[in-house]
Ligand binder design. Sequence first.
Ligand SMILES: Cc1cc2nc3c(=O)[nH]c(=O)nc-3n(C[C@H](O)[C@H](O)[C@H](O)COP(=O)(O)OP(=O)(O)OC[C@H]3O[C@@H](n4cnc5c(N)ncnc54)[C@H](O)[C@@H]3O)c2cc1C
Length: 408
Amino acid sequence: MDFSIAPELQQLLDRYRAFVRERILPLEPVIAAKPFVDGHAELEALRDEARAAGLFGPQIPKSLGGLGLGFREHALVSEVLGHSPLGHYTFNCQAPDAGNMEILHLFGTEEQKQRWLVPLAAGALRSCFAMTEPDRAGSNPTWLETRAERDGDHYVIHGRKWFTTSADGAAFAVVMAVTNPSAPPYARASQIIVPTDTPGYRQVRRIPVVGGEGSGWASHSELAFEGARVPVSHRLGEEGAGFLIAQERLGPGRIHHCMRWIGICERALELMCQRAASREIAPGRMLGTRQTIQNFIAESRAEIDAARLMVQHAAWKIDVEGTYAAREQISTVKFFAAGVLGRVLDRSIQTHGALGLTEDTPLSGFWRHERAARIYDGADEVHKSVVARRILRGYGLDVGQQAGTTHG
Ligand SMILES: Cc1cc2nc3c(=O)[nH]c(=O)nc-3n(C[C@H](O)[C@H](O)[C@H](O)COP(=O)(O)OP(=O)(O)OC[C@H]3O[C@@H](n4cnc5c(N)ncnc54)[C@H](O)[C@@H]3O)c2cc1C
């Protein structure tokens, strides 16, 4: 494995780092302090600056106006952007749009690409991905209630979805719906593009999450499909290919989330160290002289470094052997990095005392949003089960494929 960084890539990372420090961080208190939709004008101005600097769309193919970075290169950029909650959005590589761009690029027809991918890549519209349902365990995606029934050249969709990130203000949803209930479990569902102005599509509410309902891109919605009718040509890939496409999207997507989390950890550690070096607990005696705080810092450093190496290893395996071959590494790093994120954020908040719970630092916002890291992209327990089952198989114990071990 070669984890060295080529000089051109290092230069590019330095440019992203400088943009985050000089342009994004100073605006954080202004933009992050108000609802997402109220900071729209400032964010668009930042995006224009990113375009002018030639940094917009690091993961987007060059043919669509992006930088066309490879998977591992983009993972490194993702860490740098993770320093700010606004980082990924500024450069148009935010979830869930980045994942939707990827599947449109891989599976979209020419017509779908022109209509949806081109404006997404330009940052002209937003999208969402609707798979999880309120009445079905999201950990078991073979058990969906939402149905898309064929009616001539159309699908008619009935069902409910929730926790659809970024549905508020999105132009279209990629909806996972059962198209053939009697097919084998992993061939039952398809992914269908539903424009949000389709009659029968309804945004029920923005769901309050850990005290805030958010707005726009920074929110999660409940959706109702009440006879939403879309042409069959809105289906992505073959009928029944929904899970296959979901796996293509989720495997690499998890790596990018992990690198974003590592970026957040680095920011939290930096703030922890700054506080430890500047907060006096008695005249002339800094907080950082206490061994508990030193332990916080050292343990955080070790855990972040371990998580980064694990992510790089998983990314290398994906590059060399493909997503399927790397599924154990992807699952391992998903739960490990999510745990590190929670612990590092918690230590940093603890080091700040009451200040850590205010909005005067980004820590409480990071914690509010990222507690979910252990739940989304597959609950940690499900990933642990995937890893343990594969290991046990080496010892002759075949636990078998359980429901609830491939997920959204
Ligand atoms: C902030 C946030 C954003 C999200 N964004 C999206 C989105 O954009 N689109 C979308 O479709 N979904 C989204 N989700 C939903 C997410 O994918 C699901 O919450 C996740 O898959 C878990 O499903 P569930 O919530 O139904 O929990 P359940 O499946 O009910 O599981 C509950 C708990 O049970 C345990 N558990 C479940 N299965 C197993 C098992 N096999 N072994 C051991 N323990 C198990 C786990 O601890 C799990 O946390 C989002 C969720 C959050 C919190």
